[in-house]
Design a binder for this molecule. Structure first.
Ligand code: BGC
Length: 270
């Protein structure tokens, strides 16, 4: 039976069943607008609406645009504040009647890129950065995820970096590619000074237009666009859900333990 991947983004909730061996969608994805306000109850309902479009599935991986520890959402920079400390995995699991894994959106995209895309077979420290409504980060050492890094919130020019260098900042301030790339470059130089990664993988919607801004960047670290584009989150979420299924500590859906229904991404490494 298939595993469903669902990606909760700033503008859309997208989902599809995933072939987790090949890293491909098994059918066309479904997208509905992210509810506004994006409070817990509305987003859970939207996720159920997307899931309801598909036939039977075994389990579900869901991305969230914030920190997720043991299935509990800990931050909510770009979504409704009702997500702070919400037992997300339990809520989704109760609604869908299936085991659910919840993980950070950039982590999910990175998992997919490292398994099937631009980060395939890359050793050492690899950093995925997503430029969208915010800036998401996913850090991998020899292919293993260090979950919940939040390098999008580094300070840049006295401000939260994502307020200056996200794709939303580019759009809102109507920046030219040159002006935006200057900010992105300052940001990437700061990140490489701190971490010296072997490779940057850049994702998010703006990575589709990588030819417009990647050539403008002067950084020491090799930098490549993500290759799975819009589907990386869906695929990475499903892969994580599948890994959780094989985890000896995975708790069945009936379990009455807040936040640990199924298994969360934090469980993946043990
Ligand atoms: C959040 C991250 C998220 C990123 C991209 C940031 O504001 O803090 O957790 O990965 O946005 O959605």
């Amino acid at each position: 039976m298939a595993i469903l991947g669902i990606d909760i983004g700033g503008s859309g909730v997208k989902g599809a069943p995933v072939d987790t061996v090949r890293g491909e969608l098994l059918s066309e994805r479904i997208r509905i607008p992210t509810p506004q306000p994006s409070d817990v109850a509305s987003v859970v309902a939207a996720v159920a609406e997307v899931a309801g479009q598909f036939g039977d599935y075994e389990r579900v991986g869901i991305t969230f645009p914030g920190v997720v520890v043991d299935g509990v959402t800990r931050t909510a920079a770009n979504v409704d504040k009702s997500w702070l400390d919400a037992p997300a995995a339990r809520l989704f699991s109760e609604r869908l009647g299936k085991p659910v894994s919840v993980l950070n959106d950039a982590d999910a995209a990175g998992v997919a890129e490292v398994a099937f895309g631009a980060g395939l077979d890359q050793r050492g420290l690899v950093m995925m950065l997503t430029f969208g409504t915010g800036i998401g980060s996913a850090l991998f050492l020899d292919g293993t995820l260090v979950p919940n890094t939040e390098f999008g919130h580094l300070e840049l020019g006295g401000e939260d970096a994502e307020l200056r260098a996200s794709d939303r900042a580019r759009e809102q301030e109507d920046l030219s590619w040159e002006d935006w790339a200057e900010r992105v470059q300052a940001y990437l130089r700061h990140v490489e000074m701190l971490l010296s990664p072997r490779l940057f993988i850049v994702g998010g919607g703006v990575s589709k237009k990588a030819d417009k801004w990647l050539p403008l960047l002067d950084v020491r670290t090799p930098i490549v666009p993500a290759t799975l584009l819009n589907n990386a989150g869906i695929i990475g979420a499903a892969v994580t859900a599948e890994q959780a299924a094989g985890h000896p500590g995975a708790v069945p859906v009936e379990a009455d333990r807040p936040g640990v229904v199924g298994a969360a991404v934090g469980d993946r490494k043990s």
